[in-house]
Design a protein around this ligand. Sequence first.
Ligand SMILES: C[S@@+](CC[C@H](N)C(=O)[O-])C[C@H]1O[C@@H](n2cnc3c(N)ncnc32)[C@H](O)[C@@H]1O
Length: 288
Amino acid sequence: MIDNQESHTAKFVTYLRAYYSQNIKEPIFNDHLAYEFLTPKEYEMFSHEAEKMNVDHDFNRLLNMTMTRYRYTEDELHKAIHQGLQQYVILGAGMDSFGFRNKEVLNELKVFEVDHPATQSFKLNRVKELKWHIPENLIHIPIDFMKTNVKDGMKQSFDSNAFSFFSWLGVTMYLTKEAVFETLQSISNLAPSGSIVIFDYFDYNDEKYVSKHGPTENTKNMLEYLEKIGEPVKMGFNLSTITEDLANVGFILKENQNFYDLHVKYIKNELIDKQTLQNYYIALAVVK
Ligand SMILES: C[S@@+](CC[C@H](N)C(=O)[O-])C[C@H]1O[C@@H](n2cnc3c(N)ncnc32)[C@H](O)[C@@H]1O
């Protein structure tokens, strides 16, 4: 991220959710509040940016791919709520609107939004401008994952005996490997056994995707775009070691799905080339 500036990608994915909720007839995920987070000028700016990204013929793929990650995560979250979940932590929350879309769920569930201070203060200003009421159980904690570990940053307000669920969407790729594993280690130190984390990541072997030589044009375009806006991809997980790597920081890897698998599961009416989604994954791991 650019110093002292809110995340550009957080606003871009908000645009994707806003566009999706406004234009898609049978949505697999509906964030009807995303549109309100953006000013009309920002919405227009991002629609031009989407065109320029060189993914125009592929815009549906990008939309579907992003929506499947939210749908999968909130499906798993609702399963956990039925199993007595007490705390939901949204790491790198961006403009995530779960806490505003699910006010009745927040009567029983404490929700933490953890984000980089610059992005979080941008969001809270926007919430103020929109005159939205922040529910009592929606707690905002500014943390820079590169500087502060989650355990130190959250220990004041987090109940370490309470069954908890962490989502970490669209974030790992922008951090260093050290910061990602430090964050995972502090989650497993902080939360009780059985707690869940879901995060998405790029798979790379021999660092080929982080060095801009991904196998597809789409990947290359995406990496170039991210570098240009000041949020370059810095890390990925290695598929052949991820189970062991997570075990070393206190987790059992329970599910590890390629976005092609999610696409097949949720977007039933549209065929897609497996190649285009091959290096993007989502993992669900449980604290040992
Ligand atoms: C692509 S956005 C994803 C936002 C949200 N999870 C979503 O899916 O809409 C990336 C998020 O990672 C956060 N982020 C990036 N680097 C960070 C850091 N060093 N510490 C904390 N958060 C960071 C940004 O502030 C931003 O909210």
